[in-house]
Design a protein around this ligand. Sequence first.
Ligand code: PBG
Length: 328
Amino acid sequence: MEFLAGRRLRRTRASAWSRSLVRETVLTPADLIWPLFIIDGQNERTQIKTMPGVERLSVDLAVEAARQAAAEGIPALALFPNTQDERRSENAEEAYNPDNLMCRALSAIKEAVPEIGLIADVALDEYSSDGQDGLVRDGQILNDETVHVMIRSALVQAAAGADIIAPSDMMDGRVGAIRAVLDAEGFEDRQIMSYAAKYASAYYGPFREAVGSGTRLKGDKRTYQMDYANSDEALREVAQDLEEGADTVMVKPGMPYLDIVRRVRTEFNVPVFVYQVSGEYAMIEFAAAAGAINREASILESLYAFKRAGASGILTYYALEMARKLNA
Ligand code: PBG
């Protein structure tokens, strides 16, 4: 069989020790950002039907969760409020109420667990009566008026202790506007993590149940979130956000967009984060529950895929569970 002699790629795969020696990427708890859903009340936890295993937590329980995350070496949390119905409005005024749920969660966690980084989502869908990320007039999503509300929202979040402001709305110009206002108000130390390449995706469905915006939303978000047919445009979005002052950028959703993660990583020398979104979580959970895939193995594989594609870090609902597993 001399035609088979020479190079054999299976040689380095033949045993566990050898595979570990040649492994190209590593996954550690420091790669993971844990998104948390916040609700009002004391000692309250509520289930999310479409995200089995993920709960909305009241602020006191979120503080506990933050302690557990910090103990496992998770560097940061991303907070998302489920605003009470009566506090939602057409103009999303609750977004800049300094005492809103987001701000109360930020300051409570910052005080109790100062060593963990806090990422505050800035978008209006968590506060508006129609579930859109922007102000709506005559069926149109207003850009600059929305950015004005977002600036105010970012300021109350910074004052409450947000370390990273994360605009997730895809309005034009919001990164530069937020940067200018943060600097002017003495928050020049706060980072901006821009949801730079965020696609109009069907995979956000369970998240909208979690924050309570789904049943309100009429239509879609395609006039501001990106068309999933596009890839070059993602690079223009990233370039623009960096120019406006973003410290780090994000690609979202995750697994269907690994090509975008890789392109952004290759073309820009900046940290790129990826969001394994709610629909991706749901797919793994429901497929595993049906016996179609091995749950833990597919979670681990999905997280490694993000690292391999070039992600500096991953927002994932599996963060605590996987950090514990990696630390075990
Ligand atoms: C809100 C926001 C969304 C997500 C994060 N921030 C939903 C949306 O844009 O409709 C999705 C996260 C997930 O699905 O896990 N602007």
